[in-house]
Design a protein around this ligand. Structure first.
Ligand code: C2G
Length: 172
């Protein structure tokens, strides 16, 4: 059972790509659960990402580690290289508690053999996937606008023809 007052060693894992508020929140909450004790953050290596099929990770391992350290909540960052590694981490660092977001619900339960495990609610409406989509949309929108302004601005012959065709289509 969790002793709410005792300082303890907490560990959490993640990719932390395109670092966002959801990442910062879980790291901060994990540090709070350490009760003045240590927080270790495992950051996935590029090899582990590829092995897990995460082939679209934008930030390098170094950058993702720096972002985690920059929160000021992590006492140590370690490479997260595999799933079986968790047992070794817990034992070598005398970990009392594993903290993960609820998208991992149940998946770290095997660690309960060695320490406590909690799953926290994810921060809503933010994820690396959403950020990547926004980046893609942003690029295609600005590229579209640039191409239109250069080759087909409002008032050009082509644009007037297109607008006339649109009228005809709407009529049909
Ligand atoms: N997270 C969150 N809220 C969000 C997004 C993420 O609380 N809106 C949490 C996740 O639940 C996870 C942590 O932030 O606990 C890191 O998320 P990811 O970077 O997506 O890491 P992931 O690839 O899920 O972790 O050993 C495997 C790793 O743990 C993989």
């Amino acid at each position: 059972m969790l002793d709410m007052n005792k300082p303890r060693t907490v560990i959490t894992y993640g990719t932390f790509d395109l670092f966002h508020i959801g990442h910062e929140n879980i790291i901060r909450r994990a540090k709070e659960l350490a009760n003045g004790g240590r927080l270790i953050v495992g950051v996935t290596t590029e090899a582990f990402n590829i092995e897990r099929g995460k082939i679209d990770v934008r930030d390098s391992f170094e950058k993702r580690c720096q972002n985690v350290m920059a929160t000021g909540y992590a006492d140590e960052v370690i490479p997260d290289i595999s799933f079986p590694q968790k047992e070794i981490d817990i034992k070598t660092h005398n970990v009392d508690l594993v903290v993960m977001g609820h998208d991992w619900e149940g998946k770290f339960d095997y660690c309960k053999e060695w320490c406590d495990v909690v799953y926290l609610q994810r921060t809503p409406e933010i994820s690396t996937t959403i950020l990547k989509e926004q980046m893609r949309e942003g690029v295609s929108k600005s590229l579209n606008e640039e191409l239109r302004a250069t080759y087909n601005p409002d008032g050009s012959v082509l644009r007037k023809l297109q607008m006339r065709e649109l009228d005809i289509l709407l009529y049909v």
